[in-house]
Design a protein around this ligand. Structure first.
Ligand code: GDP
Ligand code: MG
Length: 436
């Protein structure tokens, strides 16, 4: 049993030391994750500063589970920054006009098809695709191929090289043929230049779309932000489409773009096929940017099980020196409820390394629980009354030896002391005490 006790205490020790280190460590990890995901350096810095302030404001350090709280804070803040709830597109016109803008190769033509398909499947929408990329005949053919694939009509005019008049003619065609959504695909260039900007601005003015979308390749990283800004200055667009998120890009562009132009990201493209379109969910994007899918499930589990009220009561008891074996038992059960300890600890960023030499198994608590269960209520609330004869009785009742009971009492005293120190906010002293 003493081996098991050792393990159990190791768990508690580990828990405590993660506590201190984790706040700073988590922030460091977060900043690294943001930079890795192509988030602009300044934005990443601002973001971690905001989180740090919030963490201090919420007394993360003195909470019982600072690691989880930190992660939750980071995720919530990131989600908030990227736009809260998912926003749809405005289809209030009749017909509703949707204009695509963006650089060449960003995925405008592909997304035009995806959106048409997405709307068509909603039954109440009858979309028309319009080919306004007049520079390359192949571009018009490409849209026709897309249209065939999804069975949506494509309006084009190879003899006309004025995109404004094509778009106008298409809208007239839509009106007289019962189309209620007109999706206008335009030409882009490889980089922002005046010719492209003038052209898209002229189309925009002429057709007055309900929805102007800026399409951007998520793999272009930092450049995506500059491009977004240039297009937004001219068009004041309504939303962003982030394409090519099926690759291994972490999608930090989403956060940067949102911070710079403050427009919602509405859809994401996740492949070349027509059904590879998804509504943008900020919280999923936050996971992706942080690369912490596992961590989120940890947070959720922790939240489910973590009873704030209990924690506060416990803190009061510790402060008044009333922490007893019943509370100890509750703590153990709390930890156990959260699932397999090793999994749990492994999910906390930075903690895996620290814990690798600690072998945790869930059985470690069984002996402890048996001993506590064999104590009377009086003994549990006031362990100091446990004398030799009581120890003997407890040992017998729990199927352990007096030695093991002694061991637990000793550990318990250490833990009470440790908690007392934690309560006083003497984190450093606490860690020191635990190391000894
Ligand atoms: P446009 O020049 O803006 O019209 O861009 P296109 O729609 O022609 O797309 C350029 C290339 O990117 C094509 O090869 C597309 O198949 C590809 N593409 C577009 N969207 C996605 C996406 O979400 N994922 C992947 N993997 N490829 C995409
Ligand atoms: Mg195109």
């Amino acid at each position: 049993l003493s081996e098991k006790l050792d393990k159990a205490l190791h768990v508690l020790k580990g828990h405590g030391s993660i506590t201190e280190v984790n706040v700073a460590e988590t922030l460091k990890e977060v900043r690294r994750a943001l930079l890795d995901a192509d988030v602009n350096f300044k934005i990443a810095k601002e973001f971690t500063n905001t989180v740090k302030e919030k963490a201090l404001g919420q007394n993360v350090l003195t909470s019982l589970q600072p690691g989880q709280l930190m992660i939750k804070l980071v995720k919530d803040e990131l989600t908030k920054l990227m736009g809260g709830d998912a926003e749809g597109i405005n289809l209030s016109g009749n017909p509703s006009i949707v204009l695509m803008s963006g650089l060449q190769g960003s995925g405008k033509t592909t997304f035009s098809g995806k959106l048409a398909n997405y709307l068509k499947n909603k039954k109440t929408k009858k979309p028309l695709l319009v080919a306004c990329d007049v520079y390359r005949p192949a571009a018009i053919d490409q849209l026709h191929i897309v249209g065939e694939q999804i069975d949506v009509e494509v309006f084009s005019d190879k003899a006309n090289n004025d995109p404004v008049s094509i778009a106008k003619a298409a809208i007239a065609h839509a009106k007289s043929n019962g189309f209620n959504v007109v999706i206008v695909d335009t030409a882009g260039r490889l980089a922002v230049d005046e010719v492209m900007m003038t052209e898209i601005s002229n189309i925009h003015k002429a057709i007055q779309p309900q929805e102007t979308l800026f399409v951007v390749d998520s793999m272009t990283g930092q450049d995506a932000v500059n491009t977004a800004k240039a297009f937004n200055d001219i068009l004041n667009f309504d939303g962003v489409i982030l394409t090519k998120l099926d690759g291994d890009t972490r999608g930090g562009a989403a956060l940067s773009i949102k911070s710079v132009v403050n427009k919602p990201i509405k859809f994401i493209g996740t492949g070349e096929k027509m059904d590879a379109i998804d509504v943008f969910y900020p919280s999923r994007m936050a996971d992706r940017i942080l690369g912490m899918g596992d961590v989120v499930s940890l947070v959720e589990r922790a939240q489910e099980q973590f009873d704030e009220q209990e924690a506060r009561k416990l803190q009061k008891k510790i402060a008044k020196n009333q922490f007893g074996f019943d509370d100890f038992l509750k703590q153990i059960q709390q930890i156990k409820k959260m699932g397999n300890m090793k999994d749990l600890v492994g999910m906390i960023p930075g903690a895996g390394k620290m814990m690798k030499d600690v072998d945790i198994d869930d059985d470690a608590f069984k002996g402890i629980e048996a001993i506590i269960h064999s104590m009377t209520l009086k003994e549990r609330t006031n362990p100091s009354i446990i004398d030799a004869s009581r120890k003997k009785r407890i040992g017998k009742g729990s199927g352990t030896s007096v030695q093991e009971v002694n061991q637990l009492l000793k550990q318990f005293n250490q833990m009470s002391k440790m908690m007392k120190m934690m309560q006083g906010g003497k984190g450093r002293a606490m860690m020191q005490a635990m190391k000894n």
